[in-house]
Design a protein around this ligand. Structure first.
Ligand code: ADE
Length: 231
């Protein structure tokens, strides 16, 4: 997979060379390109924003630098990338969407700042490529950078070969096959710590009883924290 990221704060993406995503790059499973939007400006101040038509607070990102950037990053490709635009007004990002994106060969993340990007950039891009406006959740961040980091991590760990033990993907919360239940609590050694004991059933070696206990814990936790998932 190839991932390109465009932002006015490329330094945000230094962590992509760390941990699992960094290892995916080292293994040759992933290529990442981080680009500064200001390289597609032509004025002395490298201006990327202007006042909104119709009035209102804040600034809007100008279409010209975005247009030139998308032209340059997509010209000559055999297949256009999926353009991912993190925005609080997007479709909620979820594990199924992460799986879908992990199967694509090229993602291009466009990180907006201020009040967003001039809408015509997306209208124009839609004529040439798939555009996904996605929200990380019902809260407002200062820009798309942190949301991009979260989405990239969620997607990259699903690329075959990135995670050592693929069974761990199957068991975790929000993955297919878990009936929409949250993950049960987990324990490791020592068996007793600060007066708190690991639940007895986990020492039993009885796989069916352990599975039943975990299922019951998952159901109780989901009922308490995320009743919406049970509908
Ligand atoms: N940009 C600002 N807030 C955001 C959010 N909640 N999700 C995705 N992108 C954002």
């Amino acid at each position: 997979m190839r991932i390109d990221v465009v932002s006015i704060f490329p330094d945000y993406f230094a962590p992509l060379s760390l941990s699992l995503v960094g290892k995916a790059i080292d293994k040759g499973l992933l290529q990442v390109g981080v680009h500064d939007l200001r390289q597609w400006t032509h004025d002395r101040h490298n201006t990327v924003d202007d006042t909104p038509y119709g009035g209102g607070a804040g600034m809007v990102m100008k279409p010209e630098p975005w247009g030139e950037c998308l032209d340059e990053l997509t010209d000559g490709l055999d297949e256009p990338p999926v353009l991912v635009v993190p925005t609080p007004s997007g479709v909620p990002f979820s594990q199924p969407i992460a799986y879908e994106l992990s199967e694509r060969s090229h993602l291009l993340f466009a990180c907006g700042r201020y009040e967003g990007i001039d809408h015509r950039v997306f209208e124009h891009a839609e004529q040439r490529m798939e555009v996904r406006e996605l929200s990380l959740g019902d809260y407002v961040l200062n820009g798309g950078e942190v949301a991009t980091l979260a989405m990239v991590e969620a997607v990259v760990r699903l690329i075959p070969g990135v995670i050592g033990n693929p069974a761990s993907l199957e068991e975790e919360s929000h993955s297919a096959g878990q009936d929409n239940l949250l993950e049960y609590p987990v324990y490791t050694k020592p068996p007793s710590w600060r007066g708190l004991d690991v639940p007895e059933v986990l020492f039993s070696g009885h796989h069916a009883r352990i599975a039943a206990w975990r299922r019951q814990q998952s159901e109780a936790l989901t009922r308490r924290r995320r009743p919406d998932l049970l509908d």
